[in-house]
Design a protein around this ligand. Structure first.
Ligand SMILES: NC(=O)c1ccc[n+]([C@@H]2O[C@H](COP(=O)([O-])OP(=O)(O)OC[C@H]3O[C@@H](n4cnc5c(N)ncnc54)[C@H](O)[C@@H]3O)[C@@H](O)[C@H]2O)c1
Length: 416
């Protein structure tokens, strides 16, 4: 387990209360962190550049009292306009490369380009002396992970990965419950990210249109390997316990159906990825088990988890049918109404609204800006980001070896 402490800890006073009342406490919102919305005493304004007007136009930097978006860029004019309007920023650039050359008034960059570009774009920003918040995943190869670690440590700049699972309301609840000892030993978790690509023959007319860029060319999502996008799952494990995944075994599904087997999404992708879906079993440095699924072709959707401890089990809601459930020994499992943390003093006041992806977007925006104001590492710093990203890289490799269990390299700082 990482010995680096969590930036903010919940109150522990109620730890000794009988387990029988745990669910009631949870329901009453008592598992909420006492918040420090932002350092109001700070006179600093963080000047942010934003790259990528797709998902990157869905954040709330501009609502933070100590942040101003001073530059935006995308390769497509319509997306540049979207960014300009969203963040009320008239300094618009045709590319990140031009923005980094010309924009003088930026302290940090939000990198929301396509996944394969994240390490390259983070490197460009680091080399210009700018802090980085990057969309997931942090990288796609072990070499890129090493490069990011080396550059971060050389420059001392801050890095955060914008992992939405970490700040889903249920994950905040699970993290608080874990830190307060409510799970006991959390020996097993099941995490999943299901994003159905729709009918592969109708990729232009349904959800599968994501595999095309606005100009009709194939996007980075064309045939993207599921396990190279693991962080929505692993974020539910390391984002709760801060354990490290040390071994992984993974299987991939290619399908024998002629339509799927011969589909260009499978046979013509730049990643040489033959898998539609992947399922992994992971072992942590605490000897705990985690089952992690990433499926692109399935009748399901969403990011969720269930956590099993010897004092409590927490099943995250599964669609509209099954609510969040908390079970404790000798108790009938009961609904666990997870607090709407985004209404609390964990966020600056203008940001206290539902913000997308399980309420996570405002938290990601606030945490990165607060970390820079307070001159500290963000909660999902580079080491946490790599601990969530790298197990998927190794899992993908394992899928080509019929699920051989492989060791996961670690990228944490060396202990003295
Ligand atoms: N829940 C989540 O955390 C979540 C959800 C959706 C997307 N994402 C991630 O966010 C990222 C963006 O997703 P998306 O759906 O918007 O992808 P996208 O491919 O639609 O958009 C990426 C944008 O980056 C722009 N871009 C690329 N290179 C650039 C450059 N050099 N200069 C300026 N602009 C450049 C492109 O023009 C494009 O508009 C992806 O990495 C994805 O994995 C995360």
């Amino acid at each position: 387990m990482s010995d680096r402490s969590e930036p903010s800890s919940p109150p522990l006073a109620w730890l000794d209360i009988p387990k029988a009342t745990l669910a009631a406490l949870a329901a009453g919102g008592l598992l909420c962190c006492a918040g420090r919305a932002y350092p109001q005493e700070s006179r600093k304004k963080i000047r942010l550049g934003v790259v990528g007007g797709g998902f990157g136009a869905g954040f709330w930097w501009h609502e933070h009292p100590n942040c101003v978006v001073t530059a935006v860029t995308d390769l497509y004019p319509a997306r540049r306009k979207r960014l300009q309007e969203r963040y009320r920023c008239d300094a618009v650039y045709d590319s990140l490369e031009i923005m980094l050359k010309e924009a003088k008034d930026i302290d940090a960059v939000a990198v929301f380009s396509g996944a394969p570009d994240h390490p390259k774009h983070a490197k460009m920003c680091f080399e210009r002396g700018l802090h980085v918040v990057s969309a997931v995943p942090a990288c796609m190869t072990l070499e890129e992970a090493a490069m990011l670690k080396q550059l971060k440590e050389k420059t001392g700049l801050r890095y955060m990965m914008a992992e939405s699972s970490y700040y889903r309301q249920e994950c905040i609840f699970a993290r608080n419950l874990f830190q307060a000892g409510g799970f006991g030993e959390l020996f097993y978790s099941e995490t999943e990210y299901y994003h159905d690509g729709g009918d592969p023959d109708k990729t232009t007319s349904n959800i599968g249109s994501l595999v095309y860029n606005p100009d009709g060319t194939r996007s980075w999502r064309w045939g993207f390997p599921p396990m190279l996008y693991p962080t929505h799952c692993t974020g539910f494990l390391t984002g709760v316990t801060r354990e490290r995944i040390v071994k992984v075994s993974c299987l991939g599904w290619q399908s024998q159906q002629p339509k799927l087997k011969n589909h260009p999404l499978r046979t013509e992708n730049v990643y040489k990825n033959p898998f539609w879906n992947q399922a992994a079993l992971m072992l942590t440095d605490q000897g705990h088990m985690s089952r992690c699924n990433v499926l692109w072709r399935c009748v399901a959707g969403g990011e969720r988890a269930q956590w099993f401890g010897d004092k409590a089990t927490f099943y995250m809601a599964n669609g509209p049918v099954n609510p969040n459930i908390l079970g404790t020994p000798g108790e009938k499992a009961s609904p666990a109404p997870v607090p709407q943390y985004w209404k609390s003093d964990m966020l600056p006041e203008p940001m206290r609204h539902d913000s997308g992806h399980g309420g996570s977007a405002a938290f990601i925006s606030a945490e990165f800006i607060n970390a820079l104001l307070e001159d500290r590492e963000p909660a999902i710093d580079l080491y946490e980001s790599l601990a969530m990203t790298v197990p998927g890289i190794v899992a993908h490799e394992s899928s080509f070896k019929d699920g051989e269990q492989l060791p996961v390299p670690q990228f944490d700082p060396h202990k003295a």
